[in-house]
Design a protein around this ligand. Structure first.
Ligand SMILES: N[C@@H](CCC(=O)N[C@@H](CS)C(=O)NCC(=O)O)C(=O)O
Length: 210
């Protein structure tokens, strides 16, 4: 059997990779590392990911970290006619990368991750209520822009099929719900359809921390 191990459970970013692996029907083992626990500082893990952050995927002799990079790696390597998380035509490929970048930077890193640091971990990163209020408002503004792009009622970001960009978006909306960040009903309806139509529930189960 192919030697494939996903390190990490319990966060929206680890969830992304469980979901991608399940959608692509790729068997894998899970090392249930939780964020900021002692095992993330072990020599064994630091050899795989020097940042000590999760998730990390080891696929045979390839090691990849960064959730969007892992999704792109899996989607590219294991693309087939039966199972695919990538669009096919060049304009959709451009839109796919646009969404991946937008979600990773505008919705994740500069909005929700600010809240995670300064509301969730103020003892490490400092208490910053002004930055948090701005991050919350920024998330809502960017979510409004995303909703505008899909208000034609499409099921998936790129039209009629699930791609890695949907995995990024839905996991980020889940995180936003957890942080009580507001986003438009168009995005809520989009999320609900995907949750009902894909292997989302299995991925939730796979990502559960023990
Ligand atoms: N940009 C990275 C972020 C990874 C990340 O920050 N992971 C969190 C858990 S969701 C973590 O391990 N944090 C531990 C720390 O900050 O030391 C990705 O998308 O994978």
């Amino acid at each position: 059997m192919h030697d494939r191990t996903l390190w990490g459970v319990g966060t929206p970013r680890t969830f992304r990779i469980h979901w991608a692996l399940i959608e692509l029907a790729l068997p894998y083992k899970t090392r249930p590392l939780e964020t900021r626990t002692a095992p993330t500082a072990s020599a064994e893990y630091r050899k795989l990911n020097i940042t000590g952050k999760i998730p990390t995927l080891v696929d045979g002799d390839t090691t990849v970290s960064e959730s969007s990079a892992i999704i792109n790696y899996l989607a590219t390597k294991y693309d087939s006619t039966e199972r695919s998380l990538l669009p096919r035509d060049i304009r959709s490929i451009a839109a796919y990368h646009e969404w991946m970048s937008f979600i990773s930077t505008e919705l994740d890193a500069t909005s929700l991750y600010v809240l995670r640091r300064h509301e969730g971990l103020p003892h490490i990163y400092g208490y910053a209520p002004t930055a948090c209020a701005a991050a919350r408002a920024y998330f809502t503004r960017m979510a409004l822009a995303a909703a505008e792009r899909i208000k034609d009622g499409r099921t998936f970001l790129l039209g009629t099929k699930l791609t890695g960009a949907d995995i990024m978006m839905v996991s980020t909306l889940d995180w936003a719900d957890h942080c009580e960040c507001e986003y438009p009903s168009v995005l809520r309806a989009y999320r609900e359809q995907i949750v009902a139509q894909t292997s989302y529930p299995q991925a939730v189960h796979a990502n559960k921390a023990t």
